[in-house]
Write a protein that binds this ligand. Sequence first.
Ligand SMILES: Cc1cc2nc3c(=O)[nH]c(=O)nc-3n(C[C@H](O)[C@H](O)[C@H](O)COP(=O)(O)OP(=O)(O)OC[C@H]3O[C@@H](n4cnc5c(N)ncnc54)[C@H](O)[C@@H]3O)c2cc1C
Length: 573
Amino acid sequence: MDETHFDAVIIGSGFGGSVMAYRLAQVGLRVCVLERGKSYPPGSFPRSPYQLKNSFWNPNEGKYGLFNVWSFQGMNAIVSSGLGGGSLIYSNVLLRKDEKWFVEDNLANGGYKAWPVTRAELDPHYEQVEQMLNAQRYPFHMAPYATTARTRALQYAAEQLGLAWSLPYLAVTFANPGESPIPGVLIDEELPNIHHRKNARSTCRLCSECNIGCNYGSKNTLDYTYLSAAHRLGAEIRTGHEVRSFAPLEGGKRGYTMTYVQHRLEIERQPSDTHHPEELVPQMITTDRLILAAGTLGTTYLLLKNKQDFPALSPQLGKHFSGNGDCLGFALKCSDLRNGQRVPRVIEASHAPAITSSIRIADALDGGVGRGFYIQDAGYPEFINWILQILDTAQASGQILSLAAHLALERFKGKSASDIGSYMIQIFGTSELSSGLLPMDGMGRDIPGGQMHLDEQGLLALDWNIQESHDYYEGVRQKMKDISSALGAEFVDDPLWALNQAITVHPLGGCAMGNTIDEGVVNAYGEVFGYPNLYIADGSVMPGPVGANPSLTIAALSDRFAQHIVETLRGNV
Ligand SMILES: Cc1cc2nc3c(=O)[nH]c(=O)nc-3n(C[C@H](O)[C@H](O)[C@H](O)COP(=O)(O)OP(=O)(O)OC[C@H]3O[C@@H](n4cnc5c(N)ncnc54)[C@H](O)[C@@H]3O)c2cc1C
């Protein structure tokens, strides 16, 4: 079999790439997925400080890790590198984009313009993806989940403030079909997964480690779902393959050619090796159809870098960037009022999956005021609590010193107690910093006014100004302040805010959909204007913010694009 030519090559294995791989393999196409990162079977995600230090993506220094961190003027971004893309480190929230939010409104002449795709057109695709990702709500109605303090806190604050609160779908397994949810039970997998690991996954253990990779396989990540299904259908899935360049053959009519480098992922490089990057021999591959799914930053970067071979590309390339309005805030030292006195409220944010519940603030488009957004409770791994406890040392070290002095004095007087449990409790102080912290993730309809381009060194750059979305961000921060007040807590901003900087885990845009080449890079079916058989299926095709967490919309759009390719093949279009 020819290993250098395929019916379809897909660059990237995130939400867009995985859905596309499965749908095209399903109709018998020879599909090849080229993913730059590693594969992560259960138990292989980093945990120790040493492992985490080596888990960043930086091939120049021999690092092929999970976290790809970008820093631009005014905006920072975290994306993932690995088989399954962002699903490996995401918070599992699957929300559909709000029906009335399918519009652009940062137009020169004001007013609204509809996106090239409507909610009604996407609904059947949303449903497909929800099924494939085995979407389930956090089982908050029953023990032991019902006592989750973080979920209760956000629900309580919403009730106090009269806000709409709900439990969104999560791509996490809490229970096997027909059984009640129980943490840590073996997940029944009917079919073999891509890692060829049997009986290695268990239901969610509520450890809140979703954002550093779930070592228990409880998340229904793309490697266990779409990519496993595509693999079973014969798709060739190659990790450590980073695409560097691509070009059309006869303007795309005869397909595309591309070069990639193959990283030697298995080699653990030592710090002394870092000045000697691996020798990479570019290899070539051709395809009838090329699907770019390297993520918002990856795909836009690839297209900008290879623009000389695509002279007919839309002038919109790089435009419409949005951070999906991401905004982080903290309710510090939550408390309850009892008999007129404030008593610490225990949140224990490291219990339960990374996000469990969501508050929705309506937009002017659907009965609200200003730009709509979501605020969700955010968890973090337990080790963060220990860091917070140590940071609380001023109090703790004083306690330890006075305890030691007290015990020494008692012993000296010859009347020391042998059971010192009560003293040990004192060492922990109030533990209020770690136990009473509620992080909040905000996201919504910011203004997609950012523009990506290449700088003088050929590196990806972004022109983005926080001022443009200033009113939006202020709206989100004010609501986070209200939630903090309702929880008797002090509101603390994400530290970057003071530096006029934002951070996003949901970068979008750069290769926006449009009705014509003047409006966008791709059409409503993801095909690049001017280049037949070249598609883009990832977050870069969004003409603006999704508003809600965007993965489900990226996956649903990819499902729609794939269906169109299949119908075109069958001659139905
Ligand atoms: C901490 C965190 C929490 C999040 N939580 C949520 C959530 O709860 N819900 C939600 O909807 N979204 C969430 N997201 C966002 C979500 O992960 C992204 O929106 C989503 O993954 C984007 O999908 P994509 O297909 O556009 O690209 P990605 O998933 O980023 O996939 C792109 C893939 O392409 C690969 N690639 C890049 N360049 C190349 C190249 N040159 N050659 C080969 N391969 C390449 C990358 O390694 C990557 O695997 C979260 C993100 C983070 C970081």
